[in-house]
Design a protein around this ligand. Structure first.
Ligand SMILES: N[C@@H](CCC(=O)N[C@@H](CSS)C(=O)NCC(=O)O)C(=O)O
Length: 295
């Protein structure tokens, strides 16, 4: 039987080992946000996850694929627990235009898609989560409660999204939008190591999506997988971005000045994408309320 529940956990005091001690302006300073909780997992380890390769590798448990939609330069991520008999899988930030590609891949790999997740309400493309539900009716759409959008599961800080024995932790990383989330692979002996953070538009590689967040409090070897890349990057790490991100290594005034002078154009799709994404990508989704999530 699949364990597909979204669980909430109890926050514990955070160990000091993974917090940032930079003297430079740090928009993720624990002073401005409560310390992220440490997760106490109840998982029983079957065997240790084997070495993980960053580009598109898989461990003995985790199957991982990074997919790209070129018009909006959007990354979609496929994760599955292939050690579980049902091979439960989830997609993070699918795009409507590439839903057929994504579903074909899921089928070719023999996976059972259970979640279609959004990191936030995107402004530059229409999410594929609603369309996926029409093609694979068992799939549940997921977005943050804070986004005030419609989806099957409305999640918040501390929830755990299980797919098989693997899970993602939900971290709140507002700034780019109020409802932005970062999904971080679980912390535990049975989970992928190093950890992986799916940052949406909060943290881009050598950039950021106009933001304020806590991602730099993750361990330095955590892989960063953003929702977009405009420069040809595919993956980074927390440590690498702390050293080389040209915006986040500045002091507060320098950061503000960069962000105020980005002069980014109005996203071409914003007037279509935002209303559509508030209803999971489909304007005519049923009006039924989202599932409540047990505490
Ligand atoms: N030109 C694109 C949008 C490019 C853009 O503004 N990207 C966003 C994230 S998607 S809304 C952003 O915050 N970028 C930060 C950066 O430094 O590029 C379009 O018209 O859609």
């Amino acid at each position: 039987m699949l364990r597909i529940g979204v669980l909430r956990f109890v926050a514990l005091p955070r160990s000091s080992s993974s917090s940032s001690s930079s003297l430079l302006f740090n928009p993720f300073s624990p002073k401005s946000l409560p310390p992220p909780p440490v997760i106490r997992t109840k998982l029983v380890s079957r065997y240790r996850t084997m070495a993980y390769t960053a580009s598109s590798g898989s461990s003995s448990k985790l199957l991982f694929r990074q997919l790209f939609e070129k018009e909006s330069s959007t990354y979609t991520y496929l994760l599955a627990d292939v050690s579980h008999p049902d091979k439960p899988a989830l997609l993070i930030d699918p795009v409507d235009k590439t839903v057929d590609r994504d579903i074909s891949l899921v089928k070719e790999l023999g996976l059972k898609l259970i979640y279609a997740m959004n990191t936030h309400v995107h402004a530059d493309h229409v999410t594929g989560t609603g369309l996926i539900k029409t093609k694979l009716p068992g799939v549940k759409s997921v977005i943050s409660k804070a986004s005030k959008s419609k989806a099957d599961l409305l999640i918040e800080a501390g929830d755990k999204i299980y797919f098989g024995d693997l899970f993602l932790e939900v971290r709140v990383t507002p700034g780019h939008t109020l409802g932005c989330l970062t999904y971080v692979t679980g912390d535990g002996p049975d989970q992928p190591q190093p950890r992986m953070a799916f940052t949406g538009d909060a943290l881009l590689i050598r950039g950021c999506g106009r933001t304020d967040f806590q991602i730099f409090t993750l361990p330095k070897d955590t892989f960063i997988y953003p929702a977009h890349d405009y420069k040809g990057f595919t993956v980074s790490t927390v440590g690498e971005e702390m050293l080389y991100n040209p915006r986040l290594t500045k002091d507060e005034e320098g950061f503000k000045s960069i962000m105020e002078n980005l002069k980014l154009s109005y996203p071409k799709m914003i007037d279509i994408a935002v209303p559509a994404n508030m209803v999971c990508g489909l304007q005519d989704l049923s009006e039924r309320p989202a599932e409540s999530v047990a505490k």
